[in-house]
Write a protein that binds this ligand. Structure first.
Ligand SMILES: Nc1ncnc2c1ncn2[C@@H]1O[C@H](COP(=O)(O)OP(=O)(O)OP(=O)(O)O)[C@@H](O)[C@H]1O
Length: 488
């Protein structure tokens, strides 16, 4: 497998850099000054927010699905540990259900099997067990597959594409759509790695900045690209003949539909493909909007879903600490650090401003602190997470960005310096679960400590307690004996 003429040329780096910059979230906005605290007991203080519960600015850690997906790929080098079961809905329930426990059973071409093993894959993942036989079946089967990120979807459809290509034919036979330039590049890398022992198979990148001569035809058998450029190559520019496609993959459908333009372009591309082209669609999540899109793109699909493991907080001890101000919260944190041994901790703040203030204060106290926030480039975030994972820093201060997906085994304590709330100020239970789920992984015991600084945040805490039907106990951080007990 090689990328020849279409491998990104130097003069196209500009487009790449521009595209990468898009992943950089906007700069902090200056926040309006807040009124002074009246200094009364926050818990009896009405439902008002205190001066320390800053409003999030609109752009503060705006959710960027493409950035999160890229980050997950950059920081992950292994399959997500999952014991989940797969649910398979076959289009033809009469055909025997077939799943494989080994790659040999798939009767892959020897070079591909070699590629699979060279990547360090010993056996198929849960989703691959069921998806691969379906994708490699004769006649080809359409598939809509949903499973969490990191469960092996990319590897599965790459194998399906590589298997169906006829290397003797020098025109595109497999087309894969990715939502962004960077994600296309990541998938391209997997295609190159897995196709390493098949030098006759070639890959082209249909991404912005990759220009061909007028009248030229793509000779590579596999094309990976973003919807806008692929559409141009298939229609206006006619670099590709869509009628010859055998496999069409739409990857990261949930990220794709976050951009309306991409959704429309994908549908237009799909309509140019021949009826017998195999359609495969993958997504990590499946809200209604994704389903509606999937059904437009994939006719008569087989469906594979990974049943979500019930997330449980049973192994995590949860406490709250009552404070009056941001400074008191910080003091409580210092008391906790002074009393118990903490291998590694993650501390979550509501805004970037609080996070950087807290990181500064903790550094002054002599802690090795890493700060992770939304205005960093995705590559920088990945580097911070890697360092933390390696134990170079013991404390990671962060906002909601990156609450998901970070998997650091050493994290023994999660601190909600600010409780998670949604944009309307209501408790964000899902984020709470994700945050405190950073500790207590794989059945280990973990500790979660919530800082409460007003009646408002106490109400939020109570609602979180009710939602999870789990008592969150009060902790007096002025009492060293009491703090020591929580670690037992
Ligand atoms: N059968 C396997 N055995 C071991 N590792 C695997 C296997 N399949 C995939 N992997 C590895 O697991 C990681 C995640 O796989 P992959 O990227 O295919 O997941 P994904 O579900 O497509 O994730 P995303 O939703 O983020 O795109 C990769 O590092 C990949 O190399």
């Amino acid at each position: 497998m090689a990328t020849d003429s279409w491998a990104l040329a130097v003069d196209e780096q500009e487009a790449a850099a521009e595209s990468l910059n898009k992943l950089q979230l906007k700069e902090d906005k200056v926040e309006a000054p807040k009124p002074e605290s009246n200094g009364t007991d926050p818990v009896d203080n009405g439902a008002e927010k205190t001066n320390n519960e800053e409003e999030k600015t609109e752009d503060d850690d705006k959710e960027d699905k493409a950035a999160q997906s890229l980050l997950n790929k950059l920081i992950r080098n292994n399959l997500v540990n999952t014991t989940n079961q797969v649910e398979v809905l076959q289009r033809d329930p009469n055909s025997p259900l077939y799943s494989v426990k080994s790659f040999e059973e798939l009767r892959l071409k020897p070079q591909l099997l070699q590629g699979v093993y060279a990547m360090g894959f010993n056996r198929p993942s849960k989703i691959q067990e069921n998806a691969l036989p379906m994708m490699l079946a004769e006649p080809p089967q359409n598939l809509i597959a949903q499973s969490q990120s990191g469960t092996g979807k990319t590897a599965a459809f790459v194998l399906a594409m590589l298997s169906s290509v006829n290397p003797a034919n020098r025109y595109p036979q497999c087309l894969c759509l990715s939502p962004t330039y960077e994600l296309a590049l990541q998938t391209g890398k997997v295609i190159e790695q897995m196709g390493k022992f098949s030098p006759e198979l070639k890959l082209a990148y249909a991404v912005r900045g990759n220009k061909l001569e007028r009248g030229q035809k793509v000779a590579e058998q596999i094309v990976i690209g973003t919807p806008g450029t692929v559409l141009d190559w298939c229609s206006k520019l006619r670099f590709i003949d869509p009628k010859k496609m055998k496999v069409f993959v739409l990857d990261e459908a949930d990220v794709m539909i976050a951009t309306q333009g991409h959704q429309d372009q994908s549908i237009r591309i799909q309509r140019m493909l021949p009826r017998d082209c195999q359609m495969l669609l993958f997504s990590a999540t499946f809200e209604d909007s994704v389903w509606r899109f999937a059904q437009k793109v994939v006719p008569e699909p087989n469906i594979i879903k990974l049943k979500r493991e019930e997330e449980t907080l049973d192994t995590i001890k949860q406490y709250y600490v009552l404070c009056n101000s941001r400074e008191e919260k910080f003091q409580a944190l210092c008391n906790i650090y002074g009393s118990i041994t903490i291998a590694q901790a993650m501390i979550f703040c509501h805004t970037r401003k609080t996070a950087s203030w807290l990181a500064g204060e903790l550094s002054k106290e002599g802690h090795q602190v890493a700060l992770l926030s939304g205005e960093m480039m995705v590559e920088q975030r990945a580097a911070v997470i890697d360092r933390f994972r390696e134990g170079k820093e013991k404390v990671l201060v962060t906002t909601n960005v990156c609450a998901r997906g970070i998997d650091v085994e050493q994290v023994s304590v999660v601190i909600n310096f600010d409780l998670p709330v949604d944009k309307d100020g209501n408790p964000d239970n899902e984020t709470y679960l994700h945050r405190i789920g950073r500790t207590g992984r794989f059945g280990k015991r973990g500790l979660a400590i919530n800082m409460v600084e007003s009646k408002h945040s106490m109400n939020i805490l109570k609602q979180i307690e009710q939602h999870f039907n789990k008592t969150i106990e009060k902790l007096d951080t002025d009492d060293i004996d009491e703090i020591e007990k929580i670690n037992n």
